[in-house]
Design a protein around this ligand. Structure first.
Ligand SMILES: Cc1ncc(C[n+]2csc(CCOP(=O)(O)OP(=O)(O)O)c2C)c(N)n1
Ligand SMILES: [Mg+2]
Length: 376
């Protein structure tokens, strides 16, 4: 047998529609109605301000460890925009913008970061799954949801998200492999923000792109500018339409950047340079979208902007009020895993009850006690 080139049919593309100056490629412009553009802008801006508020509240001890999404608003929002209400949205933990678009309530979102079980409850009529921290675990749920919709003869699509780090998990591979073989209506979106905590992208994979991993599964892959909401919408629309028509999954790699720390438990200055962060500032998805709406489309005037900001701030304040006035079941975490709690869970519940009713046990730190950041 002679040696020959292995011909592998594949469709791999790269796409960007809106440049950092807010100028749009006219041939690719999805031409969204003005109303939708302003609604998207409001959600993106609200995400930015809510994210900031959560960060401050963590510093004040009012919520727990927080994972910011600053800089990563355009991809989840653009994808959510292309979904129908009865489609499924399966986030990891930096997809707040799409969650707000899908109808998640601010107060409940805060409950999740406050460490309360009630934060995982999805609003009535919203086909989403709760935030997922076990990396890439949500890819498996998404594949199952997509396959179930196919088996039931429904035409709903499931969009799932994970990070660049998530692509090294077995779950990511298993989910995409299965979805591809069974042509499950799934859209797999990887938010490649260049880092998995302190691990840079070039140590994550030797592959030139994450999009090219699609070739191994026999599906289409596309790399997009994840800070360009219009480009995200164009790519996601095509992927969703293809999945809905029975064409199977698409892998979308969205190139973006996490402008803040991984979570409030780490210090990014320890592993990435200030210059790198500075270089990403001009590509900010929010300022880019603002320029497009104000200068190119001329629909965002100072007056409209002020009105939107007032509305956003009122809604966030109301969300915080709701979050802080929830009547919480302190013991819910012991009751939601098993129908009959195990003896160990019962022991822990009794310990917590004793702690809450009778005060603090002696917590004098010993020499060996790790600090919070050492434990992460
Ligand atoms: C299965 C699993 N392993 C390890 C961790 C600890 N961990 C939390 S976030 C993270 C990095 C994830 O990086 P990436 O997928 O790129 O997402 P990003 O945080 O950059 O959005 C790791 C290793 C975890 N949550 N789950
Ligand atoms: Mg990452």
């Amino acid at each position: 047998m002679p040696r020959a080139k292995l011909e592998v049919p594949c469709k791999l593309e790269k796409l960007s529609v809106l440049d950092p100056d807010g100028k749009v490629d006219a041939k690719l412009d999805p031409k969204l109605p003005d109303n939708d553009l302003l609604k998207l802008y409001k959600t993106m801006w609200q995400t930015r301000l809510l994210d900031e508020r959560c960060l401050h509240m963590q510093r004040q001890g009012r919520i727990g460890t927080y994972g910011p999404c600053k800089g990563q608003e355009a991809t989840p929002l653009g994808v959510a925009y292309t979904l129908r209400k009865d489609d499924w949205y399966v986030p990891s933990y930096r997809e707040l913008a799409g969650c707000l678009w899908r109808g998640w309530k601010i107060g409940r979102y805060m409950l999740w970061w406050g460490g309360h079980e009630e934060g995982s409850q999805i609003e009535e009529g919203v086909n989403d799954t709760p935030l997922a921290v076990p990396i890439a675990s949500q890819c498996q749920y998404a594949m199952g949801i997509a396959w179930a919709s196919k088996l039931r003869g429904e035409d709903t699509v499931c969009a799932a998200f994970c990070g660049d780090g998530g692509t090294s998990q077995g779950d990511f591979h298993e989910a995409l492999n299965f979805a591809a073989v069974y042509k499950a209506p799934m859209v797999m979106v990887v938010q490649n923000n260049g880092w998995a905590i302190s691990l840079p992208r070039d140590k994550q994979t030797a592959a030139q792109s994450i999009a090219q991993k699609a070739v191994a599964y026999g599906i289409d892959g596309i790399q997009i500018d994840g800070n360009d909401i219009l480009g995200v919408i164009v790519a996601a629309r095509e992927a969703v339409a293809k999945a809905r028509k029975g064409g199977g999954p698409t892998l979308i790699e969205a190139i973006t950047y996490r402008m803040a720390m991984h979570t409030t438990a780490d210090d990014p200055k320890k592993y990435r340079s200030e210059e790198e962060v500075k270089a990403w500032e001009p590509k900010d998805p929010l300022t880019r979208f603002r320029k497009y709406l104000a200068q190119t489309k001329k629909i965002l005037t100072d007056k409209v902007e002020k009105e939107i900001e007032t509305q956003i701030r009122e809604e966030i304040d109301e969300g915080v009020r709701i979050y802080e006035s929830y009547e919480l079941d302190q013991y819910a975490m012991f009751h939601n895993m098993y129908e009959t709690p195990t003896p160990e869970l019962r022991r822990q519940e009794a310990e917590l009850r004793d702690y809450l009713e009778n005060g603090r046990p002696d917590e004098t730190p010993t020499e060996q006690s790790p600090t919070a950041s050492e434990r992460v």
